[in-house]
Design a protein around this ligand. Sequence first.
Ligand code: COS
Length: 382
Amino acid sequence: MALDIDTREHLIETLRRFVAERLRPIEAQVAENDAIPDDVLGEMRDLGLYGLSIPEEYGGLDLSMEDECLVGIELGRTSPAFRSAFGTNVGIGSQGLVMFGTPEQKAKWLPGIASGEIVTSFALTEPEAGSDSAAVRTRATRDGDVYVLNGTKRYITNARRAGLFTVMARSNPDIKGGGGVSAFLVPSDLTGLSVGKSEKKMGQQGAHIHDVNFENVRVPVENLLGAEGEGFKVAMQVLDRGRLHIAGICVGVAERLLADCVAYASERKQFGQAIANFQLIQGMIADSKTEALAARALTLESARKRDLGENVTLEAAASKYYASEMVGRVADRAVQIFGGAGYIADYGIERLYRDVRIFRIYEGTSQIQQIVIARETMKRGG
Ligand code: COS
């Protein structure tokens, strides 16, 4: 639901203050400790961040996609690890349930997801099924009134905290591609489900990914999400939405980096004057600003189209592709503008440079986005 202008401005202003006063001051500490303090997670819950996208009847804020992207832009002004804490509840961990859940499934889980009491995870990727996500091998074998799950999921965000997983598993081994895959709502306390170690990553310390192992996990048939054999399409539609959210975050990080660059270039003196006076520095700032504006416009326009009920598979892929590549270039220029300081941990620029690298990979690599964009463009005839 689209917020009225006053409510939207109030929400954005509240978040801007929360990011500036509460999150930015502890960015370095969170990265150092690889953990977000529990009291900060509690404040995020109190602000309603876990329920941004959940319908109001289940206790969420029911934001439109455009409003969610605007919120994402604000959240992008700090370490992306903070967003990751509730990002699965807002996006890939909950949206299968929101879009395809039965009234009973929604009533059972959405209130806890909206409040943040239940953390959700999206379990699609496997050791042998990354970009080729229709190739999932995790098996779901029907046995009376349960499906028995066996297999391993990889790089699953928030798995350690998750109370509920959306798991894509092959329910029909005779169908090799996506048509043999079903989606399941799997509570984390079921016997046989175990979560592996937190992987050491290049960036976004404070956000955690794990393997999730299923060993004869007995999932009640009523936890099937959507129809049997529709799980791949559930996943694709969840990702269409998630890609817009990620694009919004990329725009926010780029805007943050630009602000940092302008502040630094205005302070830093070389050859007797602020480096901001030099046209070669200005050229980098101009390129970053132009690209950040273009990504913002593309993302918000695509989000508005989705809010109007249009199919945005192409637009979501284009937004994510452009915005994630854009923020990589902006971060690279930021290191260049900061010079030696850009390479030193104390300034935080090298941290963001590492943090943004994953945006070109998760929720579909840039190369997958290119494939989606090209296919859809050809389908649409141009
Ligand atoms: N919305 C609805 N349905 C979709 C869809 C979408 N966005 N994308 C594909 N489908 C449907 C297709 O219409 C097709 O349906 P039919 O069998 O009825 O014709 C079916 O799903 C299979 O689609 P397709 O043939 O395009 O599947 P492919 O195996 O060729 O691969 C890509 C599709 C590569 C686009 C997909 O595997 C993908 O997005 N991979 C990246 C996954 C990813 O983002 N992983 C990140 C991990 S999650 S953090």
